[in-house]
Design a protein around this ligand. Structure first.
Ligand SMILES: Nc1ncnc2c1ncn2[C@@H]1O[C@H](COP(=O)(O)OP(=O)(O)OP(=O)(O)O)[C@@H](O)[C@H]1O
Ligand SMILES: [Mg+2]
Length: 228
């Protein structure tokens, strides 16, 4: 692996057994993402983008292949080890924010640190700082239902990043947002990318998303094409 690779996936295979037979989703897929690089994954619905992101984020195991992330081989971790690894090294943003409804923006954003037993004070300071950078300084004590869709998604980004992960994984992060809110979210992500060298893999149908990334891959028949 090259010195600066944050993520190196080699020969990933993944299939699902279903009532209708076996569906092969990843077929010897390779991907290398350098430190500080933002990569977009596009492709038709059902082609396997979400499956790939779950494997890359150690949420799901590949059937074969290797995955090095943040210097560790993660493809064969036990469920417990994978959970601990994810808490430290991976931040997820999904199409729907998945914030906890009873917690405020600041409490939601500080959760990864609280799970790591960082005391409330410093965890919330860190969360508040990130929320401020995401334009939510006036929304720290709002609960998700008191926020707009774009604001909810920005809280989800703050939560994904508060633990300072090696990799941000975002699955259609702008899928539920209008053009203006999407543009704002992407601008903020690009800003974090520029300021902190954020490393991210983002699946999206949106050409707006692809345009704000360093490289774009198209997923087809279980592998990635393009990436220039
Ligand atoms: N847990 C599962 N069990 C069985 N089949 C699955 C499972 N998860 C995904 N699949 C199948 O794998 C294929 C890829 O699904 P995936 O969700 O990764 O696609 P996608 O590219 O993210 O699609 P979309 O753009 O609609 O989100 C689909 O055919 C889906 O039905
Ligand atoms: Mg998907």
């Amino acid at each position: 692996m090259t010195q600066a690779a944050a993520l190196e996936a080699r020969g990933l295979d993944k299939a699902f057994g279903t009532g209708a037979g076996r569906i092969t989703v990843l077929r010897g897929l390779d991907l290398e993402v350098r430190q500080g690089e933002m990569v977009a994954i596009t492709g038709a619905s059902g082609v396997g983008k979400t499956t790939l992101l779950h494997v890359l984020g150690a949420l799901d195991q590949p059937d074969a292949g290797s995955l090095r992330l943040a210097g560790e081989e993660v493809a064969r971790l036990s469920e417990r080890e994978a959970a601990a690894f994810r808490n430290r090294q991976v931040g997820f943003v999904f199409q729907h924010h998945r914030l906890l409804p009873e917690l405020t923006a600041m409490e939601n954003a500080s959760l990864p640190l609280r799970i790591r037993r960082v005391p409330r004070g410093p965890a919330e300071d860190r969360a508040a700082r990130l929320l401020g950078e995401l334009g939510l300084a006036e929304r720290l004590h709002h609960r998700p239902e008191e926020l707009s869709g774009g604001e909810q998604q920005r809280v989800a980004v703050a939560r994904a990043l508060s633990g300072d992960p090696a990799l941000l994984i975002a699955d259609e992060p702008t899928g539920n947002l209008d053009d203006a809110a999407s543009g704002q979210l992407l601008e903020l992500l690009a800003g974090l990318h520029a300021t902190y060298g954020l490393t991210a893999v983002i699946a999206s149908h949106s050409s707006q998303v692809a345009a704000s990334c360093d490289r774009t891959f198209r997923m087809e028949a279980g592998v990635l094409h393009g990436g220039t």
